[in-house]
Design a protein around this ligand. Structure first.
Ligand code: ADP
Length: 192
């Protein structure tokens, strides 16, 4: 099973991807997580990505395309994978189509989570409050200014992807405002 999750920051892509990972025994590939790991380890990619990420802007297509292409060659992706946070631009989607074709792989579904923008800011603030309460470290891009920028990047660069996938009949839309379990049930209906 090869899936893509689309939706704005805070839509719940990561939450749903994690739940499906357990159900289908396939890994969640979050480019955000991979980049944060690269930053934490201060790799070459991490050094190039840090300031861009902190400002809420997108890392270059070239960097993320390469990270994803390498990652899906790993043995744990043999049965499939869930992409969370990639592709995020039309050129990334085109690169992904090409990459999968070269590897002889096909996408099973592209699932978009639809959420009101006002709810997104509230979700980000809740995530910060919960993280602090749990004694965790707040993401350096989970602050109002960077979040506004992330939403703007989404509107300008990522929202057009829905059209890219709809044109080829691959897009399925789910109401991301429903509670977590209802959203999961809707996604499972699509995948059944
Ligand atoms: P969100 O919670 O906004 O969905 P992510 O954890 O997916 O955030 O990503 C955090 C940051 O990592 C993004 O704001 C961006 O700087 C960078 N990033 C992640 N995925 C991509 C991508 N596919 N293309 C470019 N930048 C990316």
């Amino acid at each position: 099973m090869r899936l893509i999750f689309l939706g704005p920051p805070g839509a719940g892509k990561g939450t749903q991807a994690k739940l499906l990972t357990e159900r289908y025994g396939i890994p969640q590939l979050s480019t955000g997580d991979m980049l944060r790991t690269a930053v934490a380890q201060a790799t070459e990619v991490g050094k190039r990505a840090k300031a861009v990420m902190d400002a809420g802007q997108l890392v270059s297509d070239e960097i993320v395309n390469e990270i994803v292409s390498d990652r899906i060659d790993a043995p744990d992706c043999a049965k499939g994978f869930i992409l969370d946070g990639y592709p995020r631009t039309v050129p990334q989607a085109v690169a992904l189509d090409r990459m999968l074709e070269e590897k002889g792989l096909k996408l099973d579904a592209v699932i978009e989570l639809k959420v009101d923008e006002t709810a997104l800011v509230r979700r980000m603030e809740n995530r910060v409050t919960e993280t602090v309460a749990a004694g965790g470290t707040v993401r350096s891009d989970d602050n109002p200014e960077a979040f506004r920028r992330r939403l703007q990047e989404y509107r300008e660069k990522t929202a057009p992807l829905s059209e890219h996938y709809a044109r080829t009949g691959r897009l399925k839309t789910v109401d991301g405002m429903a509670d977590v379990h209802t959203v999961t049930a809707e996604i499972e209906k699509i995948l059944a």
